[in-house]
Design a protein around this ligand. Structure first.
Ligand SMILES: *[C@@H]1O[C@H](CO)[C@@H](O)[C@H](O)[C@H]1NC(C)=O
Ligand SMILES: *[C@@H]1O[C@H](CO)[C@@H](O)[C@H](O)[C@H]1NC(C)=O
Ligand SMILES: *[C@@H]1O[C@H](CO)[C@@H](O)[C@H](O)[C@H]1NC(C)=O
Ligand SMILES: *[C@@H]1O[C@H](CO)[C@@H](O)[C@H](O)[C@H]1NC(C)=O
Ligand SMILES: *[C@@H]1O[C@H](CO)[C@@H](O)[C@H](O)[C@H]1NC(C)=O
Ligand SMILES: *[C@@H]1O[C@H](CO)[C@@H](O)[C@H](O)[C@H]1NC(C)=O
Ligand SMILES: *[C@@H]1O[C@H](CO)[C@@H](O)[C@H](O)[C@H]1NC(C)=O
Ligand SMILES: *[C@@H]1O[C@H](CO)[C@@H](O)[C@H](O)[C@H]1NC(C)=O
Ligand SMILES: *[C@@H]1O[C@H](CO)[C@@H](O)[C@H](O)[C@H]1NC(C)=O
Ligand SMILES: *[C@@H]1O[C@H](CO)[C@@H](O)[C@H](O)[C@H]1NC(C)=O
Ligand SMILES: [Cu+2]
Length: 593
């Protein structure tokens, strides 16, 4: 097969730093696979699912060539990678590049000037859901200060933790449907519903369809869901039924639901992922990557408490927990002590109960414990709920970056966004008035033409370089009797991370953060902000979150909900970052790789 190459010609200057050039090639193919024992056509990367990990060292210059042998367009986004001076490589069609058409290739290049756990995935249409994803890890340089001495003062233990981190196990966690993303999204258009049902949760691309009894499923419905929807029963796949009014009073066509999508559970046995750990090393690092499209997942390792030490690719002050909740796109790296009886332990991962009752299991295999037949004691049940009141969940409001990092005291600009549905149950907008352009693939990339006509109508924020920007995300509910609830929206920002500086229930009715701080100081925490690339809005009625970020990397960057269905429906916007200096963007010092 002949693959022609689209190459970008940027003036190649000599790099001043001693960095290694590392090259990867990703061949994308569309073939029949059965990750959960149930066959369908799906995307493989280099013949694998999930895609092979991209592992590099801090300071490397990374080249990734993507060969699209799929029967449709694609792009690849490197989630959480800042793309400092490489906005053209951020992988969003219509923003950063033209989509890669079938039988074409595209070469991405970026500087690994960060460290930590990331991932790559399709950013074209909703084809992430068809399997185009894999982990990325940037090993920290030797001079990086780590936070392990806050866990212990024992130097041997700290050495063991460092070794564990060096050999971290990258664990891709995702969800899976028997339907392709094209059919899944089409089902929303046809039925008018905001659909969220999955067949399986996959751990490292492996899972099963368990189909527990109706009685068991119903017994696991959480009280808040029972009350909000007035239900006592879920579908046989564990999915919430489409209760009249719960997605607004728009028109729905339930008869158009494809068979097996929301109900009609057919059990099937896929493989179970096995992660081998050697207790001789004392500690292991498991780095979880949240690749789910529709699920919010509670992650736990039976009988093994975790020290969560890295979040979204950055060290935090380690926190001790038995379970953690991981939303779409998020990453959590945890250290576990290998001091248990050599045996097999389940890694138990379940949806949080918000939209489905479903779980998945992988095996943590101690070297030397292969022959031991013993059930491990889970921290959570099949519905994602704690099995006892002693279970300690990760407190996500207390994850201070290590070493500490703070935003500016005052920002230069302020924006308030009204998050809401428009026109149907499944169409989501970040400001209640506009969507992303529906067809990003056919839009001239903003990177090439900041004044393209499609962009004129799109939701966007234009910022100046070297300024600080505040954005408040307000959960907007026109009429609580019509649209009573919004699911949590994991809001992901491309390029650099953002600070979460405030949150609250009710309406953010101030005109700036400063005004808000004066009126309600307890709602803001500039002195202990979180620093991440994804923040989740509250599912509890009318509420808001406030973020602040620094504009330091000129280019068009995406800000969007990472629920694949919501993104597809238009829940995103363009940050025209540093638009005042776009003329100078080409001045990248890309090394000769
Ligand atoms: C595929 O991408 C090209 C631009 O690279 C675009 O013109 C075309 O419309 C896209 N095709 C589809 C089906 O979206
Ligand atoms: C891609 O190349 C293959 C093999 O040459 C060919 O069969 C296929 O039709 C091509 N696809 C497109 C969309 O051009
Ligand atoms: C380590 O030692 C320092 C200084 O003695 C102490 O403040 C700290 O609490 C110790 N840390 C742990 C985890 O024991
Ligand atoms: C809840 O559902 C029950 C039975 O389906 C019905 O009788 C009752 O009126 C409902 N309650 C509310 C508040 O809608
Ligand atoms: C893991 O969980 C599954 C489902 O509950 C169970 O069948 C299996 O025995 C468990 N494995 C271990 C090692 O406990
Ligand atoms: C989580 O941490 C915050 C901030 O320190 C604290 O206010 C809150 O009570 C904690 N939540 C729980 C459930 O412990
Ligand atoms: C959000 O929507 C409400 C109701 O339409 C409106 O009153 C408010 O002004 C909107 N806020 C913004 C910033 O658009
Ligand atoms: C909502 O639907 C109306 C009527 O079809 C249409 O005019 C309007 O443009 C739609 N709104 C958006 C934001 O697409
Ligand atoms: C602003 O919102 C707060 C909290 O939601 C509310 O108590 C207050 O009455 C509101 N003020 C105005 C002027 O609407
Ligand atoms: C944009 O601002 C950042 C941060 O101040 C600075 O490092 C960078 O050089 C600026 N870029 C341009 C093109 O001016
Ligand atoms: Cu969303």
């Amino acid at each position: 097969m002949v693959i022609s190459t689209q190459l970008f010609s940027f003036a190649a200057l000599i790099s001043l730093t001693q960095s290694a050039c590392v090259n990867f090639e990703l061949d994308l193919t569309w073939e029949v696979g059965a990750p959960n024992g149930q066959e369908r056509e799906m995307i493989f990367v280099n013949g694998q699912f999930p895609g092979p990990p991209i592992i590099v060292d801090e300071g490397d210059d990374v080249t990734v060539t993507v060969n699209n042998r799929l029967p449709f367009n694609t792009t690849v986004h490197f989630h959480g990678i800042e793309q400092k001076n490489t906005a053209w490589a951020d992988g969003v069609p219509g923003l950063n590049q033209w989509a890669i058409q079938p039988n074409f290739s595209y070469t991405y290049q970026w500087h690994a000037n960060q460290y930590g756990t990331y991932w790559y995935h399709s950013h074209d249409m909703a084809t992430l859901q068809d399997g185009l994803y894999g982990p990325v890890r940037i090993r920290p340089s030797r001079s990086r200060e780590n936070p392990f001495s806050t866990i212990t003062n024992d130097t041997n233990e700290i050495e063991a933790m460092k070794a564990a981190e060096q050999h971290a196990e990258l664990i891709m966690v995702s969800d899976w449907s028997q339907y392709t993303s094209f059919d899944y999204m089409e089902a929303m258009k046809k039925t008018g519903y905001d659909i969220f049902c999955s067949d399986s949760i996959l751990i490292q691309g492996k899972g099963s369809l368990y189909c527990p009894s109706q009685e068991e499923l119903n017994s696991l419905i959480i009280d808040s869901v029972k009350m909000a929807l007035n239900i006592t029963s879920v579908t046989d796949k564990g999915c919430l039924p489409f209760v009249t009014g719960s997605q607004g009073l728009w028109k729905h066509n339930p008869e158009q639901l494809p068979p097996g999508l929301n109900d009609g559970c057919v059990p099937s046995n896929g493989l179970k992922a096995v992660f081998e750990v050697d207790p001789a090393y004392g500690w292991a690092s498991l780095n979880f990557v949240g690749g789910a499209s529709e699920k919010a997942l509670v992650v736990s390792i039976d009988e093994h408490p975790m020290w969560v030490y890295e979040v979204d690719g950055r060290y935090i002050e380690p926190q001790y927990a038995h379970t953690l909740e991981m939303y779409n796109g998020e990453r959590y790296a945890v250290l576990i002590k290998l001091d248990k009886e050599p045996a097999q332990y389940n890694i138990t991962i379940a949806n949080d109960g918000g939209n489905q009752i479903i779980a998945a299991y992988a095996t943590l295999q101690y070297v030397g414990g292969e022959e031991t037949a013993r059930q491990s004691n889970p921290y959570i049940n099949y519905g994602g709920q704690p099995t006892s009141s002693d279970v300690i969940p990760l407190n996500v409001s207390t994850l201070p970056p290590f070493p500490p990092v703070y935003p500016a005291k005052y920002a230069d600009d302020f924006y308030l966004l009204n998050l809401s549905r428009i026109n149907s149950s499944w169409e989501w907008s970040l400001d209640g008035t506009k969507f992303l352009p529906a067809d990003l693939d056919s839009m001239e990339p903003v990177y090439f033409n900041p004044s393209s006509p499609e962009l004129a109508n799109a939701l966007k924020i234009t910022t100046r370089n070297n300024t600080w920007v505040d954005i408040v995300f307000q959960i907007h509910i026109d009429d609580p009797t019509v649209t009573p609830l919004q699911p949590p929206h994991p809001i992901h920002k491309h390029s650099n991370k953002m600070f979460l500086i405030g949150s609250g229930q009710g309406v953010f009715n101030w005109t700036s953060i400063e005004e808000g701080i004066k009126a309600s100081p307890e709602s803001f925490f500039l002195d202990r902000p979180l620093y991440r690339d994804t923040f989740v809005t509250s599912p509890r009625g009318i509420a808001w979150i406030a973020i602040r970020y620094f504009v330091e990397n000129p280019g068009p960057f995406f800000l969007h909900c990472h629920m694949e269905t919501h993104l597809w429906s238009g829940m995103g916007m363009v940050l025209m970052d540093g638009a005042d200096v776009w003329g100078e963007m080409e001045a990248d010092s890309w090394s000769q790789c």
